[in-house]
Ligand binder design. Structure first.
Ligand SMILES: Nc1nc2c(ncn2[C@@H]2O[C@H](COP(=O)(O)OP(=O)(O)OP(=O)(O)O)[C@@H](O)[C@H]2O)c(=O)[nH]1
Ligand SMILES: [Mg+2]
Length: 284
């Protein structure tokens, strides 16, 4: 599925990041732990390439822990310092790991530290940039929300005497190559639901789960088996949930919304859709 969602504010954000980078010592690049490769924006990588970077895998509580560990190993082996960070239920150890990593990344060869470090937070929409900032500051300093496109415009936030963070709006890139990539971004919530057909995206997820862990769907919706045609699967799930249209058939659009919500909240289980070692998700 190709997704086209590149509203004006994203191009503007790209310019803003380029401009503000001059003031920044460090880039926090946030990627979704469920799609660590597919959620890395190549445009952002390009414009921030000359700055020290730390890659943060967000929402690890929703991802497969073994795959998260593998991905972190891969990125670190590539020379990209990477950490996982749970902004919602994470313990203090996530916060101190980031603080420690910043310190060592910015240490000069002489062992001197800059008095104040300024870091810009970049990443695709809804990946958890503002939540990351709030978790680090311990305050609700930045506005967050369940749908993509919450942050508009830049906001500097002071964490402490030595660290200042710049929150930025989420950005995608104009040509999202490859059908898989569009589905992965839609399923994980980087693209608003108005931009795609819910049935199509939920259908892709159902088919992915049927191949990778059929038990997840059977258990969640109390099904003896998951039909192989996705329309049939939506029909049986919708019936189980009582999501019926006036004629008695299941409402596939509503059912699709339920399946997507369940995945996004971890109610189906913890599934990482980018498989380590399978290559770039941007498959065109
Ligand atoms: N489960 C889980 N949810 C998270 C985590 N971090 C963020 N979220 C949720 O993800 C959603 C998006 O978070 P935001 O911080 O608003 O994301 P953002 O990247 O700033 O989004 P935009 O400003 O729209 O680009 C919110 O509903 C958060 O509660 C996490 O570590 N785990
Ligand atoms: Mg935000």
């Amino acid at each position: 599925m190709s997704v086209h969602w590149y509203p004006g504010h994203m191009a503007k954000t790209k310019r803003l990041i380029r401009e503000q980078l001059r003031l920044c010592d460090l880039v926090f690049e946030l990627a979704d732990a469920r799609i660590p490769e597919s959620s890395r924006n190549p445009l952002l990588l390009e414009i921030t390439a000359h700055k020290p970077r730390m890659l943060i895998l967000t929402k690890p509580d929703l991802a497969d822990p073994a795959r998260t560990a593998k991905w972190l190993q891969i990125f670190n082996a590539q020379g990209v310092p990477a950490l996982k960070f749970n902004a919602v239920r994470g313990g203090d150890s996530d916060v101190s790991a980031v603080t420690r990593a910043v310190r060592s990344l910015l240490e000069s060869p002489a062992g001197k530290q800059k008095p104040v470090c300024r870091a810009v937070i970049v990443g695709i929409p809804n990946v958890g940039k503002s939540s990351f900032i709030n978790r680090l500051t311990g305050k609700r300093a930045a506005q967050t929300g369940k749908v993509p496109g919450i942050t508009r415009g830049k906001q500097w936030i002071r964490v402490n005497r030595r660290l200042e963070l710049l929150d930025t709006p989420g950005t995608l890139w104009p040509k999202l190559g490859g059908p898989e990539l569009g589905f992965k971004l839609a399923v994980t919530g980087a693209v608003p639901e108005e931009v795609f057909r819910r049935e199509e995206v939920a259908g892709w997820l159902i088919s992915w789960l049927r191949h990778n862990c059929p038990r997840a769907l059977r258990q969640r919706y109390g099904l003896p088996a998951v039909p192989s045609a996705t329309a049939d699967a939506l029909e049986v799930i919708g019936r189980r949930r009582g999501l019926l249209l006036p004629g008695g058939k299941a409402d596939h659009d509503k059912t699709a919304a339920v399946v997507l919500k369940d995945y996004r909240e971890g109610a189906l289980g913890r599934f990482t859709l980018d498989i380590p070692g399978e290559g770039w998700g941007n498959d065109e």
